[in-house]
Design a protein around this ligand. Structure first.
Ligand code: ADP
Length: 188
C-alpha cells in the first residue's frame, strides 16, 4: 500500500491533475474536501460539523480527518493512493506516514503544485461562478489562505527534510503540468 500526496494552495489545480493521474496510473483517489462535501450533502453528523467549519474557511480537526482517512484506507488491501487535500497540517503528515507504515506501505512522493496566492484568488473567484461552494467567496478565501499559511505551508518543509518533496509550477497549461507530474512519478 503506497501513497502519493498532491499538495498546494486552494485552486492550484490538484483536483484537475488528480483526475488525469488516477486514469493514467490507476491510483485510488482520496480527496478530503470531496469526502467532506459528500458528508454535508448526506447531512451526516460529520457533515454537519464539516458544513460549519468549511463555510468559515477553517480546517476540520486533525482527529476527525485522520479517522476518516484511516477508514477509507481500510476499504483496500493494496494499491497506490493519491491524496488530494491531505495532509494539511504537520499532525496529519505524521499520521499519513504512520497509517501507511501500519499497513506495510509508505509514502512515495509528495508533490507541490506551485501557485501564487494572487493567481489562486483569481482562479477561485472564477470557479465560484459555477462551483456553488459556500467557501468560494473573497472573504472566506482570504481566511482559507490564512489557515494555509499558518497550518498547511509548514507541511512542505517537513517532507523536504524527508527527501520526498518535489514541485511543479502550477501556472502552465493543464497538459504541461500533467507532463511534469508524470516525469516526476516515472522517475521515482
Ligand atoms: P481547496 O479548494 O481549498 O483545496 P478542498 O476541497 O480540499 O479545498 O477542502 C475544502 C475545505 O474542507 C477546507 O477549506 C477545509 O475546511 C476542509 N478540509 C479539507 N481537507 C482537510 C484536511 N485535510 N484537514 C482539515 N480540513 C480539511
Amino acid at each position: 500500500m503506497k501513497g502519493v500526496a498532491l499538495f498546494g494552495v486552494p485552486g492550484a489545480g490538484k483536483g484537475t491533475q488528480s483526475q488525469l493521474l488516477i486514469k493514467k496510473y490507476d491510483y485510488i483517489y482520496i480527496a478530503t474536501g470531496d469526502m467532506l462535501r459528500k458528508e454535508i450533502k448526506e447531512q451526516t453528523p460529520l457533515g454537519k460539523v464539516a458544513d460549519e467549519v468549511i463555510s468559515k474557511g477553517e480546517l476540520l480537526g486533525d482527529d476527525i480527518i485522520i479517522k476518516m482517512i484511516a477508514k477509507r484506507l481500510d476499504n483496500h488491501t493494496e494499491g497506490t493512493f493519491l491524496f488530494d487535500g491531505f495532509p494539511r497540517t504537520i499532525a496529519q503528515a505524521h499520521a499519513l506516514e504512520q497509517l501507511l507504515i501500519d499497513r506495510g506501505g509508505e509514502l512515495m512522493l509528495f508533490i507541490k503544485l506551485e501557485l501564487s496566492l494572487e493567481e489562486s484568488m483569481t482562479r477561485l473567484l472564477h470557479r465560484a461562478k459555477t462551483s456553488g461552494r459556500s467557501d468560494d467567496n473573497r472573504k472566506i478565501i482570504e481566511l482559507r489562505f490564512k489557515e494555509y499559511q499558518h497550518k498547511t505551508a509548514p507541511v512542505s518543509d517537513y517532507f523536504k527534510e524527508k527527501g520526498l518533496y518535489h514541485s511543479v509550477k502550477g501556472l502552465g497549461t493543464v497538459d504541461a503540468v500533467f507532463g511534469e507530474l508524470c516525469t516526476i512519478i516515472d522517475n521515482r
